[in-house]
Design a protein around this ligand. Structure first.
Ligand code: AP5
Ligand code: ZN
Length: 214
């Protein structure tokens, strides 16, 4: 099972990808999480990525593509994977197709989680991320049991650097210009599935499991 999650920043791709990974036993590969881990660990890649991320811009394709394609080669990807945040540009999608077709493989589904721009700012300003394990919450829609502390590991929760309203607006513009064209790209391949991302997380997940099967 090879799945791509599409959708605007804050549409709930990460939330759903984690649930899909848990149910179907395939790894969740988030390029945003990979970059944030590199920033946290002070790597050279992290320093380069941060320059773009803090401005709400995409990290250049050449820093992303090989990283993801190398990740597929790991043993845990034998049964498939869920890609969250990749591909994000047409050149990234083409590089992915090329790498997969070279091994006689292809993506099964591209799931587009649809949420209008009006809802996105509220989603992002209320999002809180765990500094320990990376779990994601929302102060209204998915609150923790103890305010400011992760349910899973007890570490502190923070607002992501790129979730400030002015950066969110830039990320939305970048999404419409560079990532939204992927919807037509996957529609043309006949693997696009659309789900309404404005409903409760559990209902979004139910719509996705209807597509993927039990
Ligand atoms: P990335 O981390 O991928 O950010 P993004 O695509 O902007 O997506 P988000 O993580 O912000 O949102 P999400 O859709 O996962 O939503 P979530 O589930 O958290 O990338 C960050 C940056 O890295 C990019 O800007 C770029 O610079 C760089 N980058 C990454 N990949 C790249 C690539 N391939 N190429 C180039 N650059 C790249 O949900 C959001 C909030 O809403 C949460 O608080 C959640 O609890 C809540 N929520 C979720 N679902 C619901 C619901 N149904 N109802 C109510 N609330 C909900
Ligand atoms: Zn945690």
């Amino acid at each position: 099972m090879k799945i791509i999650m599409l959708g605007a920043p804050g549409a709930g791709k990460g939330t759903q990808a984690k649930m899909i990974a848990a149910k179907y036993g395939v790894p969740h590969i988030s390029t945003g999480d990979i970059f944030r881990a590199n920033i946290k660990n002070g790597t050279e890649l992290g320093a380069k990525a941060k320059e773009y991320m803090d401005k709400g811009l995409l990290v250049p394709d050449e820093l992303v593509v090989d990283l993801v394609i190398d990740r597929f080669k790991a043993d845990d990807c034998a049964k498939g994977y869920i890609l969250d945040g990749f591909p994000r540009t047409i050149p990234q999608a083409e590089a992915l197709d090329k790498a997969l077709s070279a091994i006689g493989d292809s993506v099964d589904y591209a799931i587009n989680v649809e949420v209008p721009d009006e809802n996105i700012i509220e989603r992002m300003s209320g999002r809180r991320a765990c500094v320990g394990c990376g779990a994601t919450y929302h102060i209204v829609y998915n609150p923790t049991k103890v305010e400011g502390k992760c349910d899973a590991c007890g570490a502190d929760l923070i607002l992501r650097d790129d979730d400030k309203p002015e950066t969110v607006e830039k990320r939305l513009n970048v999404y419409h210009e560079q990532t939204q064209p992927l919807i037509d790209y996957y529609k043309a391949k006949g693997i696009l599935k659309e789900v309404d991302g404005t409903v409760d997380m559990k209902d979004v997940f139910a719509a996705i499991t209807d597509i993927l099967g039990e």
